[in-house]
Design a protein around this ligand. Structure first.
Ligand SMILES: [Zn+2]
Length: 353
């Protein structure tokens, strides 16, 4: 797998010239910009207007970035009709089925044979995974009757790592942090732009802003509700995404991590009996009201509360019901904390104040 930090930009430049008729699928967003900058400056940046509601803004940003970075800019308009309402207008976050396959097909139909695509390790979209890229190359080669390559050079790197590596390489070249960050701040990803400004509510805005802030580049944070939608589902995300979300949110919010058993609960007496039915055991826990009141006060002050327990995922339902039954304020519930006996941490507190 191509990976920027281990292979270095010179190697990628070589690779980009080795493959025939290369192009970068370019949207003006972070991922495609970072891929575009990895490759030789003769590789064109291709913007495709396929009727996305925000095509106009993407085109303007992409064109400006291509000019600033002296890259050949190619633009194809395939639809002047905006997307059907069920795909775009009603829900700006709606998934566009087969979008990357469609974009790659259009590039191939225009004569390009090596398609560079911005996909990162922490992408969760089904058409932007290493498996999807391999399948796209296979299908496109079959239908083009020649070898087509689909390459995502950052697929082994998280979005935050890719930003940090780019910023570090720019810093080496230009020797100022401002210069290193300036280009990154000019990228733009928003499904519902307000004029030329990001809405700071849609998924694209959240991912852009979270990655930038987590990488140490201060840009406006998304609206609290948009961030909390992600925090509620924290347990569904990879460690990369959990880390970057909390790292970015830590700029504005106080975040508390709280254990459950023994901190929020008084555990039932079992005597010398071994616990066999853990659901029953957890149901029987009594609440520690002082600690629960403390969480309530934190939540009232706007703080973020992450519950982190060593209970296994299989006991999630009974845990959630217990927390709801005792009105325990929290924004996320992470389970399967390592089952160790002692935790030493410079931020550790022995009890809730
Ligand atoms: Zn947005």
């Amino acid at each position: 797998m191509l990976k920027y930090p281990t292979l270095g930009p010179e190697f990628l430049e070589e690779i980009s010239e080795m493959y025939l008729k290369p192009v970068v699928l370019f949207s003006g967003g972070l991922d495609s910009f970072l891929v575009g900058k990895l490759l030789s400056d003769t590789v064109p940046w291709l913007f495709i207007d396929y009727g996305q509601a925000y095509a106009n803004v993407e085109d303007q940003v992409s064109n400006k970035l291509a000019q600033l970075h002296r890259r050949p800019y190619d633009k194809i308009v395939i639809s002047k009709e905006p997307h059907k309402p069920d795909l775009a207008a009603d829900d700006p976050n709606a998934f566009v089925p087969a979008r990357n396959l469609m974009l790659a097909s259009i590039a191939v139909a225009q004569g390009y044979e090596t398609i560079y695509i911005g996909g990162v390790k922490d992408d969760m979209v089904c058409d932007n995974t290493p498996h999807a890229h391999a399948e796209m190359a296979r299908v496109l080669s079959l239908f083009a009757n020649k070898k087509i390559n689909v390459i995502a050079p950052l697929s082994g790197t998280s979005k935050v790592e890719a930003i940090q590596q780019f910023a570090a390489s720019e810093y080496h070249l230009k020797a100022t942090t401002r210069a290193a960050y300036r280009d990154l701040k000019q990228t733009f990803s928003c499904f519902d732009p307000q004029g030329m400004n990001p809405c700071l509510k849609c998924k694209a805005c959240v991912r852009w802003s979270v990655a930038m802030n987590a990488a140490g580049i201060k840009v406006p944070l998304p609206h609290r509700d948009a961030l909390l939608d992600y925090v509620y589902r924290l347990h569904e995300y990879s460690r990369d995404r959990q880390w970057s979300l909390l790292k970015a949110m830590g700029r504005l919010y106080d975040i508390h991590e709280v254990d459950i058993d023994g901190v929020l609960t008084i555990e039932p007496e079992t005597g010398s009996c071994k616990v066999l039915d853990w659901n029953h055991y957890y149901r029987k826990c009594k609440p520690k009201q002082d600690a629960i009141d403390c969480l309530h006060a934190w939540a009232g002050a706007g703080d973020i509360i992450i519950l982190h327990t060593a209970r296994p995922e299989i006991n999630r339902d009974v845990t959630v019901k217990w927390l709801e039954g005792h009105n325990v304020d929290h924004h996320a519930l992470l389970m399967e904390k390592l089952p160790v006996h002692h935790i030493y941490d410079d931020k550790a507190l022995l009890s809730i104040p």
